[in-house]
Design a binder for this molecule. Structure first.
Ligand SMILES: *[C@@H]1O[C@H](CO)[C@@H](O)[C@H](O)[C@H]1NC(C)=O
Ligand SMILES: *[C@@H]1O[C@H](CO)[C@@H](O)[C@H](O)[C@H]1NC(C)=O
Ligand SMILES: *[C@@H]1O[C@H](CO)[C@@H](O)[C@H](O)[C@H]1NC(C)=O
Ligand SMILES: *[C@@H]1O[C@H](CO)[C@@H](O)[C@H](O)[C@H]1NC(C)=O
Ligand SMILES: *[C@@H]1O[C@H](CO)[C@@H](O)[C@H](O)[C@H]1NC(C)=O
Ligand SMILES: *[C@@H]1O[C@H](CO)[C@@H](O)[C@H](O)[C@H]1NC(C)=O
Length: 339
C-alpha cells in the first residue's frame, strides 16, 4: 500500500467524516464515482489513437503539428482496433473509463466517463534529461503545455476541473533511455520527478485538484531483461524511480494543501501477475508472441510459434503488456478507487 496521506483525508469535506450524520456516506478515492472525465498524459502505455492523431502515437497532433482548434478537438474520435494502441487492444484508460472500448470510433463526449487522452507514444518527461524518440514526439512537459494552450479552454466549457481526474503514467521511457547514464540515479530520478511535478503544477493552476499517478511496472522483468544478468533498467533503478515519485507526490500534496494526489502501485499489481500468473489466466510471462502484430494473430497464433493465444501472455512485445493485462490492471485500479 502506497501513500494514503492523513493530509488528504483531512481535506475532505467535514460531512464525509461526520459519522453521526445519517446522510454521511464514505466517499471513494478522488470521488471517482462522481467524476465525468479522465484526462490522461503519458506514453505508449496510455496513448489512444485519435482520428486527428499521429497514427500509432497520439489522439491529437504531434510536436511538429502542435496546435489545434476547438473544432478539431471536439470532432476527434478515439479509434479502437488492433493497431490503435500499443497493446493490440484496449488499454488501461479505456478499460477504466469504458470510453472507446468498442471496435470502431468513439467520440469522447458520448461517454459517461469521457476519456481525453493526450499521452504520446514514446514520450519521456522532458528533453532536459533524455532526447526525443522522434522529432514529432511530444514529451510529457509539452503534452501539458499543449493541453493548457489548446485543450483546457475548450474542455472547461463543459467539463469543470472538479469533475475531472488527471491520470499520468510516465517514466517508462525515461528510465530505459537513461539506464546506462553515469549519474547518481536516486538524484537523477529526483530531478526527473521534480520536473514532472513542475509541469503538473500548470494543471493545478488551471484548477485541477485530483491527480492519479501510476508508478513504474517491473521493467527489469521484460522478456529481454529476464534473459540477461544485466537488465536495463534493473530492479534497483525501478525502485529508486518509484521512491522518487512517491516522495514528490507527497511533497506536491503538502505544498498545495487542497489537492488529492495518489500513486497507484501498478508495480505491485503487475509483479503479482508475473509471480502467480495462473490466478490471472496468464500462462506466459517469459516471452512474447513473435506474431503479435499480425492481422490474423487472434486466430492463427500457432502459425507464429505461439503455443497459446495472445491473451494468455503477460508481454505483448518487448516492452508492452498485453491488453489482457491492461484489463486486469484497470479492474484492480477501479476497485482501489472505490475502496
Ligand atoms: C502503424 O503501425 C502499423 C502496424 O504496426 C503499420 O502497419 C503502419 O505502417 C504504422 N503507421 C505509421 C504511419 O507508421
Ligand atoms: C485502425 O483504424 C485506423 C483508423 O481508421 C486505420 O487507419 C487502421 O488501418 C485500422 N487498423 C486496423 C488493423 O484495422
Ligand atoms: C523530422 O525528422 C525526419 C526524419 O528524420 C526528417 O526527414 C524531417 O525533415 C524532420 N522534420 C523537421 C521539421 O525537423
Ligand atoms: C539534479 O539537479 C541538480 C539541480 O538542478 C543538478 O545540480 C544536478 O546535477 C542534477 N543531478 C543529476 C544526477 O541529474
Ligand atoms: C542497478 O544499477 C545501478 C546503477 O548502475 C547500480 O547502482 C545497482 O547496484 C544495480 N542493481 C543491481 C541489483 O544490479
Ligand atoms: C512463451 O512464449 C514463447 C514465444 O511465443 C514460446 O516459445 C514459449 O513456448 C511460451 N512458453 C509457454 C510456457 O507457453
Amino acid at each position: 500500500m502506497l501513500w494514503t496521506s492523513e493530509l488528504v483525508l483531512a481535506l475532505l469535506p467535514f460531512a464525509a467524516f461526520n459519522v453521526a450524520s445519517p446522510t454521511s456516506r464514505p466517499r471513494d478515492k478522488f470521488d471517482w464515482s462522481s467524476k465525468r472525465s479522465l484526462i490522461a498524459f503519458g506514453d505508449s502505455y496510455t496513448y489512444v489513437q485519435g482520428t486527428h492523431g499521429h497514427q500509432n502515437y497520439s489522439f491529437i497532433g504531434d510536436q511538429l503539428d502542435f496546435s489545434y482548434d476547438a473544432q478539431t478537438l471536439l470532432s476527434n474520435k478515439i479509434v479502437q482496433n488492433q493497431t490503435a494502441t500499443a497493446e493490440g487492444g484496449p488499454n488501461w484508460v479505456e478499460y477504466l473509463t469504458k470510453c472507446g472500448l468498442k471496435p470502431g470510433m468513439t467520440s469522447p463526449r458520448t461517454c459517461s466517463k469521457q476519456l481525453w487522452d493526450f499521452a504520446f507514444a514514446g514520450a519521456d518527461i522532458s528533453t532536459e534529461y533524455t532526447p526525443l524518440h522522434h522529432n514529432y514526439t511530444v514529451s510529457l512537459v509539452n503534452q501539458i503545455t499543449q493541453f493548457k494552450t489548446y485543450a483546457a479552454p475548450v474542455l472547461q466549457t463543459f467539463l469543470p476541473p472538479s469533475k475531472s481526474l488527471i491520470a499520468i503514467w510516465i517514466g517508462i521511457n525515461d528510465v530505459g533511455d537513461s539506464s546506462k547514464y553515469t549519474v547518481d540515479f536516486p538524484t537523477f530520478y529526483g530531478n526527473l520527478t521534480r520536473t514532472l511535478f513542475t509541469s503538473v503544477n500548470e494543471l493545478y493552476d488551471l484548477g485541477y485538484r485530483s491527480y492519479l499517478l501510476m508508478n513504474l511496472p517491473p521493467l527489469d522483468r521484460t522478456p529481454g531483461n529476464q534473459a540477461t544478468s544485466t537488465p536495463h533498467p534493473n530492479a534497483t533503478q525501478v525502485a529508486w524511480y518509484n521512491d522518487a515519485l512517491v516522495t514528490k507526490a507527497e511533497l506536491f500534496g503538502k505544498e498545495k494543501g487542497d489537492v488529492e494526489v495518489r500513486v497507484f502501485d501498478a508495480h505491485a499489481r503487475l509483479s503479482a501477475m508475473l509471480d502467480e500468473p495462473a490466478k490471472y489466466g496468464i500462462v506466459n510471462t517469459t516471452n512474447f508472441c513473435a506474431g503479435y502484430n499480425q492481422p490474423d494473430i487472434d486466430t492463427d497464433y500457432k502459425a507464429y510459434g505461439c503455443p497459446t493465444s495472445l491473451d494468455t501472455y503477460f508481454w505483448f512485445n518487448s516492452g508492452h503488456m498485453t491488453s489482457h493485462v491492461h484489463r486486469i490492471l484497470a479492474e484492480e485500479l477501479e476497485d482501489w478507487l472505490k475502496e
